[in-house]
Ligand binder design. Sequence first.
Ligand SMILES: [Zn+2]
Length: 246
Amino acid sequence: MKISMIGHSTVLIEMGGMRILTDPYFGLGGNLAYARIKPPACERGEMKDVNLVLVSHNHFDHTDGPFFRQIPSATPVIAPSKTAWVTKLKGSKNLIGMSPWQPRTFGAVEVTAVPAWHSTVTHGYVLRSGGTAVYFTGDTYYADFLERIAREFKPQIVLMPVATFRIPLTMGEKGALKAARTLSPKVIIPIHLGIRPRAPFLRTSQSAGRFIEKLRNEGNPAAVAYLHEGESWSDEASADKMRTAS
Ligand SMILES: [Zn+2]
């Protein structure tokens, strides 16, 4: 098991012999409201050989049209079935729409779409292989379905947002602390840290570092692997990559 931060919510998860890429976003320009803070760790072409792509939703910072057009036409791209046509319009070819709680098997990995609560149709995904469950939350606020995910999947590794903006797009510090209590994972990997509002008054002082501090203060034993662009966490060498501050 190896998890590499490409940037923002784009993460390469290597498990069960599969290379799985989440929410591809390689653009540098952001959009009118949000700027990209740091470039991704690699270019689109370096991720062309992944076996599976997971799309949580269709916002600009989670779907990359040029990437969809570059990957081989057989590479499966999973997206919420309700808005799969939008992902298709953006260029994905072998698009597979999934509905919440629906499992599907790819090689040795079982993928289950799970609900997410965001400003548009969004899914999270739970990946299971060889007794390990990894939960990629996508963009979500805290909601009751996290309790069901905790019960049904007991994910040991959770990739989730831990900081947000004045107009929240995802869970912020408070929601993330609650999610950490509900899910009680062994390892939390912060995601969605690659963009920020262009308007300074919409930013907050929330950060991964502050989340880690608060998690420690409330005595939560979960480890946090705070990965910068290009850094990896693996279950064998996790100690090397652990960070405790931003
Ligand atoms: Zn987003």
